[in-house]
Design a protein around this ligand. Structure first.
Ligand code: ADP
Ligand code: MG
Length: 449
């Protein structure tokens, strides 16, 4: 089959299904790199456009391609190395007028920064996140009135970003006139710096203070950044006092974010704080199936179970594994059976036993709590530092199996009774202190990465 002419036919149809700007800015820049065994590899000029096109137009492109080929296809989006700018696309003919009935009524305003695929329909609910999910639903019903702010915390890849977008998307769908804004705290900070340099601070303030719902992801990023904190404090107050919804996420509890002003921490804690825990096996399995379905990839029970069992660390890795599987299947032209998956991912199990040195345990633990290793092993009895020190001692004992005396030496010449005390304390608290568990899990994940 001639890929080029097939893709031209697909593009002709796409052209009349979306706005002229969308077509020229995005879909016209795609190519069909490959189509084998009903898996179409679609080339995009850069990673940014690839993510955007995949998130927004997966189903539209699939629908058109399926119609043209009279087959059911899966799509994989890749970077087309040969095509680095849109000028290479030619032969598209005159642009069609946008059909009035094609206006994407249901689409959320792209300026909101929301990813359409991250919605409640694709969010799997289980024991690790059911409370966060229920609270999020309540917020959608009455934005600004129920829990304000809504503060979600948890480790890497547990679904904080997904849930945040889901809230934004659902509020946008219910309230057509609402202005919603999703940003990462990093973007907020970068835009603030830019506004200060370009003297456009009024525009910046307008953008953030005049929205009905502000969603800020990874708020821990503003730690130690005084000016961002100052600006965020005023943004927060402006929104909060006028009853606008604020949603925040972080990798830890508000009170555990270091180097953030107390007045901000107390604002963060003024509404509802919930955590999302790492998913258990059942949830991992359900999410994997959900992702496979979204990508139109048929995954056998056996392979799904193998992946959910092997990849425990976080969902992002699980999703990455699924993508690798899809791409490998396509390039090898082979069946996705258990043996294939075992060959591809069997090595992950071995990786789990990666050797970690005592020095790494100390430095990663210190870094996790924003301390220097020297401080961790020093004399200070500041309570945050003591907890960090106890965790390091606990990990040195549990994961590296070091003798008590040796641990004592490593953490600044402490005697073995204080080491025993520290281990004992963490052991006692471990089962009923969720935040402690989450910190330990994050450090362990980090040590294995
Ligand atoms: P975080 O922001 O907590 O680091 P993300 O929200 O980025 O995690 O999630 C990582 C990946 O896992 C995303 O692709 C997301 O869609 C997926 N994911 C996480 N939790 C769920 C869930 N409950 N249901 C479906 N997908 C999930
Ligand atoms: Mg995130």
């Amino acid at each position: 089959m001639d890929l080029k002419s097939l893709w031209q036919d697909v593009q002709e149809e796409l052209k009349i299904s979306v706005s002229q700007t969308t077509y020229q800015g995005m879909l016209a820049q795609t190519t069909l790199l490959d189509l084998k065994k009903n898996i179409a590899t679609i080339g995009c000029p850069n990673p940014y456009l690839r993510d955007l096109i995949e998130n927004r137009y997966y189903s539209l492109i699939k629908e058109v391609l399926d119609r043209q080929t009279k087959e059911k296809n899966s799509l994989v989006f890749a970077i087309d190395q040969n095509q680095t700018n849109s000028k290479k696309i030619k032969n598209l003919g005159p642009l069609f007028k946008k059909r009035p009935d094609q206006k994407p009524n249901n689409q959320v305003n792209p300026d909101f920064g929301l990813l359409p695929n991250y919605n409640f329909e694709t969010f799997v609910v289980g024991s690790a996140n059911n409370f966060a999910h229920a609270a999020a639903q309540a917020i959608v019903k009455n934005p600004g009135q129920t829990y304000n702010p809504f503060f979600v915390w948890g480790g890497v890849g547990v679904g904080k970003t997904h849930l945040t977008h889901a809230i934004g998307n659902a509020i946008a769908k219910k309230n057509k006139n609402f202005k919603i804004l999703y940003v990462s705290a990093e973007t907020f900070t970068n835009e603030l710096v830019e506004a200060l340099q370009k003297k456009t601070i009024t525009k910046f303030k307008d953008k953030y203070r005049k929205c009905d719902c502000l969603l800020v992801d990874d708020i821990q990023f503003i730690a130690g950044k005084e000016y961002s904190q100052e600006e965020f404090f005023h943004t927060f107050n402006a929104l909060y006092l006028s009853g606008r919804q604020v949603v925040l996420t972080s990798d830890r509890k508000p009170e555990e974010i270091p180097k953030v002003e107390d007045r901000l921490i107390s604002r963060f804690m003024g509404g509802l704080t919930v955590d999302i825990q790492p998913p258990d096996y059942e949830m991992r399995l359900a999410i994997l199936k959900q992702k496979a379905q979204e990508k139109n990839f048929s995954l056998s029970e056996e392979v799904a179970a193998f992946l959910a069992e092997t990849i425990e660390s976080n969902i992002r890795e699980l999703e990455g594994a699924l993508l690798r599987l899809i791409i490998k299947t396509q390039s090898n032209d082979s069946q996705v059976d258990l043996e294939f998956a075992q060959n591809l991912f069997g090595s992950l199990k071995k990786k789990k036993a990666k050797r970690v040195t005592p020095r790494t345990v100390l430095s990663r633990t210190a870094k996790h709590f924003s301390f220097k290793t020297k401080e961790l092993c020093g004399k200070s009895r500041k309570s945050e530092l003591v907890t960090a020190r106890h965790i390091a001692i606990y990990l040195l004992r549990k994961d590296l199996d070091l003798p008590l005396m040796k641990i004592g030496d490593l953490v600044g010449g402490r005697d073995h009774t204080s080491i025993m005390y520290a281990i004992d304390k963490i052991e006692r608290e471990y089962s009923n202190n969720q935040s402690l568990r989450s910190n330990i899990n994050q450090i362990r994940n980090n040590l294995q990465s």
